[in-house]
Design a protein around this ligand. Structure first.
Ligand SMILES: [Zn+2]
Ligand SMILES: [Zn+2]
Length: 504
């Protein structure tokens, strides 16, 4: 059976992969020194180790064969790690955005609220899960009060709001910066004799934003006083006592200081672009105080589903966008900023080790969800079935691809309502990796995990690393580039079949 190699992404050549591969042993050793041989917590160690295997054919792959021309392709397994792996996070972004669009967010206007925090609070939010829940809860109560107030003024009768909150841990330079993007239905649902009706909120005024902000800050301050001890017998920074290596990692990643070289301990080096004169009115629907800020100027109308999908992908995007990283020399990586910083800063320079430290700080605490549903969108809300998109319509329009594998003769996707890998790719790239160029359809026929078998097949395909002729059998380069739109920004490359787990 002839086998072709399709245009596989090559993670082993990416700037991030090389930084992790080269610096991880040293950072790991330093962490062990700092922490009585315990080093960094297991979830961070695991994330780094798994990331180094993600998308690498030598660690296993699946073969898919075309039903018409019988040509087959090989696709490496993915690591499914959060925070550090931009490829797996990219796939997750696509999956979540489609799920929200099809099954959670009905055609109602959506407003994005973004709340950010001062450094001291960011650091606590990075590791203190009870505090994080309490702070988010405080903000959501302020937001709920805002929407209820408006709806009651409009019509009375027990209005309900609905929102999705997404915790992000990064800023444009991949520094540790825990903050939330909240996608709120811009209005409220009220019960009327005709049933549940959505009342759109009146146009947002600056005074409204300031009122929500002031209310939220009062509530958040109460939670900080309640949950952050201010006593000698219980230090505020419990993390630095229990996990000194992790505490140091978080602090370095948060402050963005340089950790290596002659400038160690100094702030990161920045690049300035041209000062542009497109002066915009500053602070529209924004409020700032005491290092906190609230932005609420992004709103998507109920009919702009395409814009909504872009917004959903934006809030779920990976921490690290591969195409924003550029290796300038052995010790310098430039991170181009998506949004220019004040003062005209367009890029920052980091060492490979600093990039690794920032990437490691992005790995979220295990079993702590970064996405939560509130009000009428909460999983247990009585009215949820009435406010999500019409399930029957969604089902009719939904063509989930079943990925057949040979493992245990099971159709793995049958057990899962998640998108198939091929479907994610199709959504992200507008073409389907299981569609063969000949017009036929590819089926996954085997998952190859045995070391000897892996080596035998890759040598046969001349894809074993010793092979001299790897580039000759790559696909045409234009297929490597996803369409250049907002979504592609956060989606680095191809991903791998979702339902299959590789076993080491
Ligand atoms: Zn074919
Ligand atoms: Zn991965």
């Amino acid at each position: 059976m002839p086998t072709i190699r399709y245009q596989r992404r090559t993670p082993e050549q990416s700037v991030l992969y090389l930084a992790v591969r080269d610096e991880w042993p040293a950072v790991r050793a330093l962490a062990r020194q700092a922490n009585a041989e315990d080093g960094l917590p297991a979830f961070i160690e695991q994330a780094a180790a798994q990331f180094l295997r993600c998308g690498i054919l030598q660690h296993g792959f699946v073969r898919a064969v075309c039903d018409r021309c019988k040509q087959s392709i090989v696709v490496a397994f993915s690591c499914k790690q959060r925070g550090i792996c931009n490829s797996c996070d990219g796939k997750r972004m696509t999956e979540v955005a489609v799920h929200w669009l099809d099954e959670v967010i009905a055609p109602v206007p959506i407003r994005q609220w973004v709340i950010t925090f001062p450094f001291e609070v960011r650091y606590l939010l990075a590791w203190n899960a009870p505090l994080r829940s309490a702070v988010l809860g405080a903000f959501m109560r302020a937001l709920q009060a805002h929407y209820k107030r408006q709806a009651i003024a409009d019509c009375g009768r027990d209005p309900r709001y609905g929102a999705i909150s997404v915790a992000q841990r990064f800023d444009g330079a991949v520094r540790l910066n825990v903050h939330w993007h909240i996608l709120a239905a811009d209005g409220a649902w009220v019960k009327t004799p005709e049933g549940l009706t959505f009342l759109p909120a009146p146009p947002l005024q600056q005074a409204d934003v300031e009122a929500v902000f002031a209310d939220a800050l009062r509530r958040i301050a109460r939670q900080l006083v309640r949950l952050v001890p201010d006593r000698d017998d219980e230090p505020q920074d419990r993390l630095s006592q229990r996990q000194p290596a992790l505490a140091a990692l978080f602090r370095n990643a948060m402050l963005g200081n340089q950790t290596t070289g002659k400038d160690a301990g100094k702030p990161q080096h920045v690049e300035f672009g041209k000062i542009r004169l497109d002066i915009k009115p500053h602070g529209r629907n924004c409020a700032q105080a005491h290092g906190y800020s609230l932005h609420a100027n992004t709103r998507v109308g109920e009919l702009a589903r395409g814009d909504l999908e872009k917004l959903l992908r934006y809030v779920c995007r990976p921490a690290i966008a591969a195409h924003r990283l550029e290796q300038l020399d052995a010790q310098t990586i430039r991170i181009s900023l998506k949004n220019e910083w004040s003062g005209g800063v367009t890029a920052v320079h980091v060492s490979p080790r600093d990039l690794l430290i920032r990437a490691l700080a992005q790995v979220p605490l295990p079993r702590k969800p970064s996405i939560r549903y509130h009000g009428n969108l909460a999983p247990n809300a009585a009215d949820r079935p009435l406010v999500v998109p019409d399930a029957a319509k969604v089902k009719a329009g939904c063509k989930r691809t079943k990925v057949k594998t040979c493992r245990d003769d099971e159709t793995v996707a049958q057990a899962s309502t998640r998108m198939s890998w091929a479907e994610c790719q199709k959504r992200a790239f507008l073409w389907d990796v299981l569609d063969c160029p000949c017009g036929g359809r590819r089926t996954v026929i085997a998952a190859v995990q045995d070391r000897a078998e892996i080596e035998r097949i890759l040598k046969h395909l001349r894809l074993w690393p010793d092979s001299e002729d790897i580039t000759a059998i790559r696909g045409p380069p234009e297929l490597l580039d996803p369409p250049d739109d907002e979504a592609s920004d956060a989606w680095d490359a191809f991903d791998d079949p979702q339902p299959l787990e590789w076993t080491a």
